[in-house]
Design a protein around this ligand. Structure first.
Ligand code: ARG
Length: 462
């Protein structure tokens, strides 16, 4: 750009390094489609309202379509010296169509323009991320359906606690991702409100038909305070928060996968295509993907922190600080998409080692609660039953045996209520089968859980 757009007021060109410092085109160019779409809608409405001539509106729209086609075809490069994508496209337009192009910015400011562009961009991205989360949920539920009878230990404090199934464990993540999906749908609603027409901050004297522009752009509603319209970035923060939570869930899942594929657990094995080797230790097979997801979660939290902190001291309405919103929210979006895209096939191709899960469940006295419950069913108070079972566990540890293998005489020595049916009551399968409460790990309960979740996810619409 040889002449700045505001040359009338200024007597000098901007210093080159200040221009670089000020410019956002290196990162906001990715909104070129939204910028052109917004301008086409604006020009259409200006023409319909008689604010500019219909013929000029048509020339502007043709010019904008040409710019779009040329960018898409790789025939037009973004000028790194342009201040931002909005200035670049407007300058291009004027270069191509002359005076008509100079009328496009009537009753508009970059302040409402950037807000509308960002909202359009984020709406598209929310749809894309939501579809990816749906796929992720599909992969998790498919896997869960195959493992409703696969017994594994459930943990608290990373100590074996009570028996569950692998399906139940997986479905806990499906529940988290379903909440993520509903949060995204919720965020979409608040993003779907058009700020165009707020202009710089105080609206305009031109007879705009804002609802018409909103209709042309596919927004459900329009903003109703021009100051708020240009100074609100809640939607970007909300989306970044939703993505942060989604990353937190992926990170917890990743952490478990890292544990599960260690020699200490060996509950699963990752496919060779989704793991890496070591440059020095030939035996190694590392779960790098999951570790990277865990690491990238930190970076997305950083993006959220950037957005929150950027906004906290800003007086109304637009301030240039807000230009910093883009790199943060774009980074969060790019990161989460990359993570989900890699995580899905990694999950779908991993091998589940049912035997090791079962063996781990057989050790560690995870049926001790069931043993206590057996005595409770025979009439003992829970605390008494708890104490007796604790003594039995201590005895087993001393004798290096399990509750299943401890002779009945030892049981009877501690309580007459014990009989040989205790072995049935504490068998792993029974411990799982009988936890049939709604939301519990029994196969029937988990099947119901899967069905309910699928139906609920199917009903979430943007
Ligand atoms: N590049 C700017 C941004 O991203 C566009 C808005 C500029 N508005 C202004 N008054 N300087 O925020």
């Amino acid at each position: 750009m040889d002449k700045m757009m505001w040359a009338g007021r200024f007597s000098k060109e901007i210093a080159a390094d200040v221009n670089d410092f000020n410019s956002s085109i290196s990162f906001d160019a990715r909104m070129y489609r939204q910028d052109i779409k917004g301008s086409i809608a604006h020009a259409t409405m200006l023409g319909e309202q008689g604010i500019i001539d219909k013929s000029e509106s048509a020339v502007i729209i043709e010019g904008l379509k040409g710019i779009l086609a040329d960018i898409e075809a790789g025939k037009l490069d973004f000028d790194p010296n342009a201040e931002d994508i909005h200035m670049f496209i407007e300058a291009q337009l004027t270069e191509r169509v002359g005076d008509a192009g100079k009328r496009l910015h009537t009753a508009r400011s970059r302040n409402d323009q950037v807000a509308v562009d960002l909202k359009l961009y984020l709406k598209d991205e929310i749809s894309i991320i939501s579809d990816m989360v749906r796929q992720l949920i599909g992969t998790v539920t498919d896997l869960a359906e195959q493992h409703t009878e696969t017994v594994m230990p459930g943990y608290t404090h990373l100590q074996r606690a009570q028996p569950i199934t692998f399906a139940h464990h997986l479905m806990a993540y499906a529940q988290m991702f379903a909440r993520d999906l509903s949060r995204l749908a919720d965020c979409y609603k608040r993003t779907d409100v058009m700020p165009l027409g707020s202009c710089a901050l105080a609206g305009t004297t031109y007879p705009l038909d804002r609802r018409r522009t909103a209709e042309l752009l596919g927004f459900a509603d329009i903003t109703l305070n021009s100051l708020d319209g240009v100074s609100d970035r809640d939607y970007a923060i909300e989306l970044c928060n939703d993505i942060s939570m989604l990353m937190m869930h992926l990170s917890r899942f990743s952490e478990e996968i890292i544990l599960w594929c260690s020699w200490e657990f060996k509950f699963i094995e990752l496919d060779d295509a989704y793991s890496t080797g070591s440059s020095i230790m030939p035996q190694k097979k590392n779960p790098d993907i999951t570790e990277l997801i865990r690491g990238k979660t930190a970076r997305v939290y950083g993006d959220l922190q950037t957005l929150l902190t950027m906004m906290k001291g800003l007086p109304l309405a637009y301030n240039k600080d807000m230009q910093e919103d883009k790199e943060a929210i774009f980074d969060a979006i790019d990161t989460v998409k990359m993570c989900i895209k890699t995580f899905i096939p990694m999950l779908a191709t991993m091998t589940v080692n049912k035997e090791n899960m079962r063996a781990a469940a057989a050790k560690g006295f995870i049926n001790a609660t069931d043993c206590a419950d057996y005595l409770v069913k025979k009439g003992l108070p829970f605390r008494t039953a708890y104490k007796i079972t604790g003594m039995l566990v201590a005895m087993c540890i001393e004798k290096n045996t399990t509750l299943e293998d401890l002779p009945i005489e030892e049981y009877k020595a501690l309580s007459d209520e014990f009989d040989t049916d205790v072995y049935d009551a504490i068998s792993l399968d029974r411990c799982v089968m009988t936890r049939n409460v709604e939301g519990g790990p029994a196969p029937e309960a988990v099947k119901a859980q899967i069905a309910e979740l699928k139906a609920r996810v199917g009903e979430i619409k943007l």
